[in-house]
Design a binder for this molecule. Structure first.
Ligand code: SAM
Length: 338
């Protein structure tokens, strides 16, 4: 019975209980179940022995995941990966495991439990709970910070190919990725365009984990790594400045400050490219609309419509020149100094 065959009340109850599915996938990701099933079907007892989990309870988790299409349950409590579940493998072409590990972490999960506070007050739930923003909170927690960076790296793998297929970075000689995390997106751009020079810019504790990724992508010798704050200064003089999934973390005044910092580092003929989701018209685009709630409760930002990006750019001294959609749902939103 799929969602279309169920009564409205049952369909709604399944949506309400979606949090149970999310947490069950989180636990399977933490236990690396998909990697253990990469070679084929295994029994829940064998998986329990390997993961150190409680055998009969692990079976209950796995059969629940098989009921929603993440796993397949065969004879004798044996499990294998479905096409969807295979995306939890760490070597999947578009891996989701790091994201699943991150979103179920208690500190992050608990933030969503305070969505009501955000909706009633307009305030960021994370700040309300912790008295600081997510970046300050994670700065002295290396495990949580690395978990977030891994989640962002895996999301970048999902969108990089799609964005590179529709937006031509090859017309630039040099590019700065501002708030570029560990460099997964910049590495993909540099790998596609062998004469392009790159600068990866992010917070010190984030870029300290970038070298390995840049080396593995074979682009380290064309990529300078610089740390700092995009509220103060970013590297000057590049042809293009890319901010992927950065501006959506911040409310308008702070987003404008970040863009203005970039503007000060740019020459008149340089190009600014935001890689973000554009909020769709009514009744469409659930990814952007739920990501918007995620921005509300966690970093304290928002997803924006095309028109809202245009206004943001104008207020920061730019003119939006075009928006290039990609198959992944994110767009390259391009602007030039006004
Ligand atoms: C949502 S992540 C996006 C990372 C990367 N662009 C990507 O798409 O995978 C936002 C990034 O902004 C960085 N960031 C936050 N505050 C910053 C600051 N004040 N200066 C520089 N980077 C900052 C974070 O460390 C993080 O890597």
């Amino acid at each position: 019975m799929d969602q279309t065959d169920v009564r409205p009340s049952q369909a709604l109850r399944r949506l309400v209980n979606g949090y149970q599915v999310a947490q069950a996938i989180h636990v399977a990701a933490k236990l690396h179940i998909a990697d253990l099933l990469a070679g084929g079907a295994r029994t829940s007892d064998a998986l329990a022995a390997e993961t150190g989990a409680h055998p009969s309870t692990l079976y209950r988790l796995l059969r629940a995941l098989a009921s929603v299409g993440v796993l397949r349950e065969d004879e004798s409590r044996s499990f294998s990966l479905t096409e969807v579940g295979a995306c939890l493998r760490s070597d999947a072409p578009e891996p989701v495991s790091a994201w699943a590990e991150f979103i179920g972490e208690p500190y992050y999960w608990n933030t969503w439990a305070h969505l009501l506070h955000s909706v009633q007050t307009g305030e960021n739930a994370f700040g309300h709970l912790h008295g600081m923003n997510v970046w300050e909170f994670r700065a002295d927690k290396p495990d949580l910070s690395a978990g977030f960076d891994r989640a962002m790296t895996s999301l970048s793998r999902q969108v990089s190919a799609a964005v590179l297929a529709t937006y031509d970075f090859g017309r630039f000689g040099s590019i700065v990725d501002v708030g570029g995390g560990r460099g997964a997106f910049l590495a993909a751009i540099l790998a596609q365009h062998p004469t392009l020079q790159g600068v990866l810019f992010d917070q010190p504790h984030v870029v300290s984990g970038a070298e390995e990724l840049l080396m593995a992508a074979g682009v380290a010798e064309r990529c300078r790594v610089v740390s700092g704050s995009f509220f103060e200064a970013v590297p000057e003089g590049a042809d293009a400045y890319v901010l992927k999934a950065v501006v959506h973390d911040w409310e308008d005044n702070q987003a404008i400050e970040i863009l203005a910092t970039c503007r000060r580092a740019m020459s008149r003929d340089a190009t600014m490219i935001l890689v973000e989701r554009e909020v769709a018209p009514p009744n469409e685009g659930r990814d952007a609309k739920f990501s918007d709630l995620n921005m509300l409760v966690a970093p304290g930002g928002l997803e924006r419509t095309h028109e809202e990006f245009a206004t943001l750019f104008t207020r920061a001294g730019f003119r939006l020149s075009r928006s290039v959609a990609s198959a992944s749902g994110v767009s390259a939103i391009e602007a030039v100094p006004a």
